[in-house]
Each structure stands twice: as C-alpha cells, then as structure tokens.
Design a protein around this ligand. Structure first.
Ligand code: TIU
Length: 221
C-alpha cells in the first residue's frame, strides 16, 4: 500500500479515493495587515512563508482529481453566530464586526474574509464558513466528508495551535486519519507551532501524523 514517510511512523494512504486536502483559514484576515490576526496584536507576515507550500499541495491534489476543502473563519453580518465571549475577548482596538482597512473584521463576505489570491478556490471546490476555531463546529464538513467517502485528511493552514489543531482533534475524534503538514501550517508563535507538531504525533500518534510537504507529494506520486 502506498504510504507517506511521516512521524511517528509511515502514514498509509487509502486505495483509490478517500483522501482529501483540508486548507484551514488561509484568508486575508490572518495573513495581511489590517485583519483579525493583526487586530489581536500579531505580526502577520510570518504566515506568508507557507503559501507556496500549500499552493504546491493544492496543485497536486487538483492534478490527481482529489477533493480539496477550504475553510474560512467568519461571522454573519449581524454577528448572530458570534458569542459575546468571542467578540469581547482581548484588548485589541478593533473587535469582530468593527470596520477595519479590509472591511468589517471577521465578517463573512468582507474583503478581509476572502481566501488569499494565491490559494483562491476553483468554482467547483468547496469553501466552508465556520464560526468557531474547529472546522466541524456548526458546519456541514462531516456530512460533506461522509458524502465523498473521505477517511484520510491532509491538513494545512493557519494558525497551527488554534484553528488547525482544534480541527485536527475534532477530526481525530470522528475517526479520520489525519496528517498535519509541517511546512504547510504556521503560527504567530513559532514555539507554539513546534509544540503542536510534537504533541499531535506523540504517544504513537495520539492525534495523528506529521510530515513535510515533500514527503506528502512523494507519497502521492
Ligand atoms: N488567533 C489565532 O491564532 N487564530 C485564530 O483566531 N483563528 C485561526 O487560527 N484560524
């Protein structure tokens, strides 16, 4: 059976279908100045480094006609799906729903909420809007994965220890075999990224596997 060289041991690929690429929240809000990430006080520039890596994975999945699911974190314009605890958390000058340089912060459909141009989905690719950190919370992601007979998820995106790790844990509890791409995910805090990579594949892969994009690409071909 084909496999990807990974930690803590090789990640066996399903035969034929069953594999999908999950790209978490590669939206302007987190990668460009003036969005939610910056409003929380973060230096957003370091997240740019993973864009070419995810682009390569996206191209490979497209070439193999394997499904790609992207997510965006965002809220309805009336903020009815944003708990006050989320809106009021922190001491930033701009809060969720406030007007910033890229439109209303973390509101669906605003310019800042758009997936960055480099990773723009094709018209037939699925983008899931999510109000929380995990991609399974209050979304139809699980239904879509079941419909497509997906059992294995290659996970990328931002930020590693927030939305990516939450999603990987949610997926793991639902029985999905998850692999986190080490150089396809990034955090505002390098030490949190490193800790996440180590904790998810510790204890024999308690949450799943980790591998570099090159190993994923080699395993696919
Ligand atoms: N703040 C932070 O690190 N992340 C988020 O708020 N959302 C995601 O990780 N997408």
């Amino acid at each position: 059976m084909p496999a990807i060289t990974a930690h803590p041991y090789d990640y066996e690929l399903p035969t034929a279908t069953g594999l999908a690429l999950l790209i978490i929240d590669m939206q302007r809000d987190f990668l460009e100045p003036g969005g939610f990430g910056a409003a929380l006080g973060n230096d957003v520039h370091r997240l740019q480094a993973i864009v070419p890596t995810i682009k390569k994975l996206q191209a490979a999945f497209r070439a193999l006609h394997l499904p790609i699911f992207q997510t965006v974190e965002g809220h309805q314009p009336d903020l009815s799906d944003c708990p006050p605890s989320k809106r009021d958390r922190g001491k930033g000058t701009l809060k969720i729903g406030d007007c910033g340089p890229m439109g209303r912060i973390l509101v669906l459909g605003e310019p800042g909420n758009r997936i960055i141009d480099e990773l723009a989905p094709l018209p037939d690719e699925t983008v899931i809007s999510k109000p929380g950190k995990g991609a399974f919370y209050q979304t139809n992601l699980e239904f879509l994965l079941k419909t497509h007979n997906i059992s294995h998820l290659i996970i990328t995106g931002v930020t590693t220890e927030v939305c990516v790790q939450t999603t990987m844990r949610e997926a793991n509890d639902r029985g999905y075999e998850c692999l986190l791409v080490e150089d396809g995910t990034e955090s505002y805090f390098p030490e949190f990224k490193q800790a996440t990579l180590e904790m998810v594949c510790a204890q024999g892969g308690i949450v799943g596997w980790c591998a570099r994009a090159q190993a994923v690409l080699a395993g696919l071909n």
